[in-house]
Design a binder for this molecule. Structure first.
Ligand code: BES
Ligand code: ZN
Ligand code: ZN
Length: 476
């Protein structure tokens, strides 16, 4: 829990007090005098460093935690957010963060900004996935913020931006025996009920009716029905919708092009879907002025006597036919139908997000999201939003030369995969084939950063919830 503290409360509390301290900053002489000894030389002021000093009864609280802020001029919002992450992960007792001490007279570092980063970082970095543990330990550490100004709204904004990220992480970390397409649909429905969103869930019968043959093709090997999950939020009259389309592949074994790894980690193949649901929750919590549609195609990619095979030809919702050249390139198949559906529903801008290609992971690792776009203005708008949220994206190319390779089928309009290089661009170009004239489009490949095998700056290992905040920020 996060609240704004009053001076009075702090004096009476048994909390630790966190003092942000910049590189060249002197510690207040009154504090030193009251402590009874000069701690200045003990304090590590490097960004993110923590020096914990016992107050030994000299103050009303047991510990002072000096929090290194590094050099004032060099402090960036990303550096600060990550440093807060390491601070809050280590916190063992309830604490008061002194915002006014960290504030700077420059853009992005007002008391309000600091309060927002602190609140957001606290919730993100203390996240734990506990759903599958019999003993669920509740986090009892609380945080209070001390400030000059009223920062209640900034605290709320931090919560609005972080709680949905943790919900997305929860969905993604849940193993695929529990997180089935039906479960994902149920979650979307509960979100719709909480925030008064329009919700439509299409099952196999309706998907057959509308002829979503690419999504159904991938679904053939699964004992579970596919779901096309659709949420609509109307916050701006009759402005055309922007669609957030997320890959909701609850488990990717590869199909008959079976993954040699056995598919370990492939429960995370629905992170795109989870993350667009997270973005929608932020948008709804903040009541943003925009019309946003979320579309999540969801199924498993498995093998069985009924599974789709290489050489099969699928007829997509758009009418374009696709020769399956690799059953493991299933993401683009479920997404192409979802993109067509979004456009049929009136979307004029589309962002799709997917753990699409191992090639993107190889190119960018866990550091950047791979970004592709057909529209420079939309690309710039999105980059601005991502920069504000300190999430890194790198634009990669689409090109006619890649499209040509995708059109080299002798039996269909397109192939779903091309052996060889440029896998991330080829995946993007495949999706672009389904983006109709006049629709602005961004594709985000999060294969490398949807989940981390080691701890992340503001979270544990596992699902990151990457791009949830950036997608929502776009509508602020
Ligand atoms: N879900 C995978 C991509 C992936 C790989 C995500 C590793 C996270 C980590 C996707 O469905 C896939 O299998 N893609 C293939 C495409 C290829 C067959 C054209 C790939 O990247 O190997
Ligand atoms: Zn695959
Ligand atoms: Zn996949």
């Amino acid at each position: 829990m996060i609240t704004q503290a009053t001076i009075h409360k702090v004096k009476e509390s048994k909390y630790s007090v966190i003092f942000p301290v910049y590189e060249k900053e002197d510690i207040c002489p009154n504090v030193l005098e009251r402590l009874g000894y000069d701690v200045s030389s003990l304090i590590d002021r490097k960004l993110g460093a923590i020096t914990k000093i016992a107050t030994l009864g000299k103050f009303d609280f047991p510990y002072m935690i000096f929090f290194g802020m590094g050099e004032e001029e060099k402090l960036t919002t990303k550096g600060f957010r990550d440093a807060l992450g390491s601070l809050f992960k280590q916190l063992k007792e309830t604490a008061v963060f002194n915002c006014k001490h960290a504030a700077l007279k420059r853009d992005g570092f007002s008391e309000q900004d600091i309060a927002y980063y602190v609140s957001e970082s606290f919730i993100l970095s203390r996240y734990q996935f506990t759903k599958c543990n019999a003993e669920k330990k509740k986090d009892t550490v609380e945080l209070q913020l001390l400030s000059h100004d009223d920062v209640t709204e900034a605290i709320q904004k931090g919560m609005d931006y972080s709680i949905p990220v943790n919900h997305a992480r929860d969905l993604s970390n849940t193993p695929s025996n529990l997180m089935t397409p039906q479960h994902l649909a149920d979650y979307a429905e509960s979100l719709a009920n909480t925030y008064n969103l329009e919700c439509t869930i299409l099952g196999n019968a309706q998907l057959e009716e509308i002829k979503a043959g690419a999504l159904l093709g991938v679904n053939q090997g699964s004992a579970l029905e596919a779901k096309l999950i659709v949420l609509k939020y109307r916050g701006n009259g009759d402005e055309p919708f922007t669609a957030l389309v997320g890959k909701g592949l609850t488990y990717d074994a590869g199909g008959y092009n079976l993954k040699s790894s056995g598919g370990k980690g492939m429960k995370y193949d629905m992170c795109g879907g989870a993350n667009v649901l997270g973005a929608m929750e932020i948008i709804a919590r903040r009541k943003l002025k925009a019309n946003v549609m979320v579309v999540v195609p969801s199924t498993e990619n498995l093998i069985s006597g009924e599974a789709y095979k290489a050489d099969d030809v699928l007829v997509s919702l758009s009418g374009k036919t696709i020769e399956v050249t690799n059953t493991d390139a299933e993401g683009r198949l479920i997404l192409c139908d979802a993109i067509t559906y979004a456009i049929q529903q009136g979307a004029k801008k589309v962002i799709d997000i997917a753990t699409l290609t191992g090639a993107c992971m190889t190119a960018l690792g866990g550091v950047f999201t791979g970004l592709f776009s057909n529209h420079d203005g939309f690309y710039e708008e999105f980059m601005k939003a991502a920069t504000m949220q300190d999430e890194k994206c790198w634009r990669l190319p689409t090109d006619e030369a890649y499209v040509k390779l995708l059109k080299e089928s002798s039996v269909a309009d397109l192939v779903n995969s091309v052996a060889g290089s440029a896998g991330a661009s080829i995946g993007a170009c495949f999706l672009e084939q389904f983006v109709e004239e006049g629709v602005e489009w961004i594709h985000l490949d999060i294969a490398g950063n949807a989940d981390f095998k080691t701890e992340q700056p503001r979270g544990p290992k596992g699902a990151t919830g990457v791009m949830v905040r950036s997608m929502a920020q776009l509508f602020e």
